[in-house]
Design a protein around this ligand. Structure first.
Ligand code: AHR
Length: 497
């Protein structure tokens, strides 16, 4: 059998993990909001129309921050349409998804839903058709206590306490020709900087995210990021990254997505550090990977001018779940610079949680690796020194066949180790050597694998693709050996004695 070795040492800590790297995203897109998180007629709906079965699935996923209201949607959205008495809210055309938006769910409903789902909001403002002034009014409505036009309006609408949203995104993917009122890099840079000034005047305690390139494939990447950062460096706290993957022809390339994401993050880090030097700044720019996932965008079917159409409802397979696991290892290993990340998205639209209108909740295969890492990948992340073979990929050349990450949480003395074996043919024996943490007891081992990489979950067979637990002996040690099945995702948990 193939052999590999991984050494983890307590002296090689990468960073403390900001829990917001386990964020997600709810956009007014397809059925994410309507018949997703909000369905007043549903049998589990609470008094506000929020589906309690969905809240339960979100709670189990441990998502500390949720981006809202878009996405492409935000670039044509007037937040004022979604406040005040519901019967007076206008029905509009949504240019992003060519859908009908009836505005029954707006910012106040989102604030209430977030509290119930045990999460906080990351709010995007409209820098497409919207203006810096309207963004300022939005922040005033949400975050100012009282005594101004917009803060008093919020009180009139039944919300005495400000929502105090802490994180605000300065638009969305403004480099994309598909965006409502897309901008050039310099136009966006100026608009984002002026909006940033207003938002921080309104509330100096907030954090701001500037739009980076919407993907590595954009012709303007990474020049866009440089231009934006040069103009906005001292006004913003994060630059955003968006990245989606889909299986095309070559399984090895798809499984190596973790490697490509690492490359993307490194390019943006380098670009930000170049601007730091050029601007003679002391500040280190942090990254917000506020959209990432597997997305079968080429299969997307747009239905014109329907309310809550079923669009982008990808049914994720075992292979997709393995890729999501690999991407998570990259995100956590970059926790020194990636302080926020959002699995895009959360419910129905390219999401781990699927709902049937008037029916049940289904957890797609991708739900599980996310849940494991979000739940146990807490505390700090440590460098893994890995010796392993390589796989040949069409897209990225030769890539290490294992993607790994180790976290240790001082608050409960628990360590978690996650590993993706991308080898399509062979199991691998892994020697795991854990140094300077003292004796550890293996307390849990779960493996996600299967013969059929295209297997999925369905309402008829909801547990078809799910990690299985393996019996662990109560052995304590500093060295362990495990078999990693071909194309598998493994979680190991240890308790420090
Ligand atoms: O998450 C789906 C879409 O992907 C978002 O609306 C947009 O920002 C990105 O292109």
């Amino acid at each position: 059998m193939k052999q590999a070795k991984c050494i983890v040492n307590k002296h090689f800590k990468i960073a403390d993990i900001d829990e917001r790297i386990y964020g997600s995203f709810i956009e007014h897109m397809g059925r994410a909001v309507y018949t997703g998180i909000y369905e007043p007629e549903h049998q589990t709906a609470d008094e506000q129309g929020f589906r309690k079965d969905v809240i339960e699935a979100v709670n189990e996923l441990n998502v500390p921050i949720v981006r809202y209201p878009g996405g492409n949607f935000v670039s044509g959205y007037d937040w004022k349409d979604g406040i005040g008495p519901k019967e007076q809210r206008p029905t509009r055309l949504d240019y992003a998804w060519l859908s009908i938006e009836n505005n029954q769910f707006g910012i106040n409903e989102f604030a209430d839903w977030s509290r119930k789902a045990n999460t906080q909001g990351m709010i995007a403002v409209n820098l497409g058709s919207g203006t810096p002034q309207e963004a300022g009014y939005f922040a005033e409505y949400c975050n100012i206590d009282k005594g101004t036009y917009w803060s008093d309006k919020r009180r009139e609408h039944g919300y005495e306490q400000p929502h105090n949203f802490k994180v605000w995104c300065l638009g969305n993917e403004m480099d994309g020709p598909w965006q409502t009122c897309a901008l050039t890099a310099q136009e966006y840079a100026n608009k984002a900087r002026e909006t940033a000034k207003i938002l921080k005047w309104v509330d100096p305690n907030i954090e701001l995210v500037a739009c980076g390139s919407s993907s590595k494939e954009m012709d303007t990447f990474p020049e866009w990021d440089r231009t934006v950062l040069e103009a906005c460096y001292e006004h913003v706290d994060y630059i955003s990254l968006h990245r989606y993957y889909e299986y095309e022809q070559d399984k090895a390339s798809f499984l190596a997505a973790y490697h490509d994401l690492d490359d993307f993050i490194h390019t943006i880090k380098s670009t930000a550090d170049y601007v730091k030097a050029k601007n003679r700044s002391d500040k280190v720019m942090m990254l917000s990977l506020d959209e990432w996932n597997v997305w079968y965008i080429k299969h997307m079917d747009t239905k014109r001018w329907q309310w809550a159409p079923a669009i982008a409802e990808d049914v994720y397979s075992l292979m997709d779940a393995l890729v999501v696991g690999g991407l998570l290892t990259t995100i956590v290993n970059n926790a020194d610079r990636v302080k926020m990340a959002c699995l895009a998205q959360l419910v129905n639209a390219l999401a781990p949680i699927h709902t049937a209108p008037n029916g049940g909740v289904l957890k797609h295969a991708t739900y599980y690796p996310f849940q494991q890492v979000s739940r146990y990948g807490r505390g700090s992340v440590y460098r893994n020194m890995v010796v392993c073979g390589e796989v040949e990929t069409d897209k990225y050349g030769n890539v290490p066949e294992l993607a790994t990450v180790t976290t240790y949480d001082e608050s409960n003395n628990e360590m978690a180790f996650f590993v993706l074996n991308t080898n399509l043919e062979q199991d691998i024996t892994l020697d795991l050597q854990i140094e300077e943490f003292g004796e550890l007891q293996l307390i849990e081992q779960q493996v996600l694998t299967g013969e059929d990489l295209f297997a999925v979950n369905s309402f008829e067979s909801p547990q078809n693709v799910k990690p299985v637990s393996i019996d662990v002996t109560s052995k304590t040690d500093t060295q362990f050996q495990f078999i990693l099945p071909k194309t598998s995702w493994t979680m190991l948990r240890f308790k420090q004695l």
